[in-house]
Design a protein. Structure first.
Lengths: 174, 238
């Protein structure tokens, strides 16, 4: 039987989940994108189901990369996807109106997974939207009892996605 | 205004300030200005709720203070000078703020050197500490520190355990913990099984009086295989 492992990418619509997975997956990501009807977000399509990518490890096992749907109405899928995951990468878009409130949604939605595994928070678009700063995120996480790496990231750069995954793996070391 | 600070962030002293009795608007403005001045001030300043290196107070707090705490300099921010030590006039101006921060920062650093200021308790090599919050960028300037902070993000660590789990030297680990302590981001780890005294107000954990649940363990060798597949160099013991 093939052993499977998984890592989740979550975050708001447009935060870059699909892009992050595409940067490291060995297969073209499978996405369930549809035409975006949310006029508040400048995107032609958005993911309503999930994104999927994978990596084959040297012993044949698969590391599956799942991008969760961003919208909160799909939070039932977050719990399903979270079962057995190695950890979660939360992508936050700093250009949104209240990115700290966005962070709260995912910290709460994945609370159980974060408590039991590992988490990294990557804040995008800080070069054009520097506020709130990283320390504000750290304090928000502290208020929820979460201490995990939070750093600016541009997920269009695959190397930065790899770095996020490395920070996730570091937390899993015994 | 002084010239742009050319001292690398990692070589600047990490100092903290607390704010008491300022109108909310002035407090928010003060914190924003201190962040904006970070590339100019001689020390790296970060806000701390209490037990900071510098107390910034409004005039009512300054007047109510029966006796100043000698080890902690107090900066009064008000419209009128209460004639009780360092003073900064409202409305706030960045130039004046920069000057006073540099002056008081130098004083704190000097006092530390003389052993007069609130000094941190020495860190034993085996002593375990918990990191309270992800550190500010000034503490993470060196790349190895990003790794050390990550290793501390979900479990307590000592100088020795950090050294064992990372490529950092013992001195690098000790310096990192010392900087965290100066920034007020470190607390001694409770013995196993002990209740955690302080709870996060809005913790994601069901009952934050208790330590976070034990982490799931991963299959032996899995992390190395993932790193290998991602093209990452082997790191630390698995």
């Amino acid at each position: 039987m093939t052993v499977e492992h998984k890592i989740l990418f979550t975050g708001t619509m447009g935060a870059g989940k699909t892009t992050a997975i595409a940067g490291v997956s060995e297969i073209p990501p499978v996405s369930t994108d549809v035409r975006n009807s949310d006029t508040s977000v400048a995107k032609a399509t958005t993911t309503v189901g999930l994104d999927y990518g994978e990596l084959t490890l040297d012993n044949g096992e698969k590391l599956r990369l799942y991008g969760t749907p961003g919208q909160m109405r799909f939070d039932f899928m977050w719990r399903i996807l979270g079962r057995g995951a190695l950890g979660v990468v939360i992508l936050v878009d700093n250009s949104r109106p209240d990115p700290l409130a966005d962070l709260d949604i995912y910290l709460d939605g994945f609370a159980e997974l974060i408590a039991q595994t590992a988490c990294v928070v990557a804040v995008g678009r800080m070069e054009t939207h520097p506020s709130p700063g990283i320390d504000a995120y750290a304090r928000r996480m502290e208020a929820k009892g979460v201490v995990c790496p939070v750093l600016p990231a541009n997920v269009t750069d695959a190397q930065q996605v790899v770095q996020l995954l490395e920070l996730l793996l570091l937390q899993l070391e015994v | 205004m002084t010239a742009v600070n050319t001292v690398p962030k990692s070589q600047r002293a990490l100092l903290s300030y607390s704010v008491e009795g300022l109108p909310h608007r002035e407090e928010v403005l003060l914190k924003s200005l201190i962040r904006l001045l970070d590339h100019r001030t001689h020390q790296n300043w970060s806000w701390k709720a209490e037990q900071a290196d510098l107390r910034v107070v409004g005039d009512q707090v300054a007047l109510a203070a029966a006796s100043p705490q000698p080890a902690v300099p107090t900066l009064t921010v008000a419209h009128a000078d209460p004639q009780r030590g360092p003073f900064l006039a409202l409305p706030l101006h960045t130039d004046a703020l920069e000057v006073v921060l540099n002056r008081l920062g130098a004083m704190v650093v000097h006092a530390r050197g003389l052993g007069l200021a609130m000094t941190e308790v020495p860190i034993g090599e085996h002593e375990e500490f918990r990191m309270l919050r992800w550190p500010p960028a000034a503490v993470l300037e060196a790349p190895i520190r990003l790794r050390l902070a990550t290793l501390m993000s979900n479990r307590p660590a000592s100088v020795l355990s950090l050294q064992q789990r990372s490529p950092a030297t013992r001195q690098e680990c000790a310096d990192f913990l010392a900087d965290l302590q100066r920034a007020g981001l470190l607390e001694r780890a409770a013995p196993p099984g002990a209740l955690v005294a302080a709870s996060a107000p809005d913790s994601v954990f069901p009952d934050s009086r208790f330590p976070a649940p034990a982490r799931d363990t991963v299959q032996p060798g899995l992390l190395a295989r993932i790193r290998n597949r991602l093209g990452l160099l082997p790191s630390g013991p698995q």
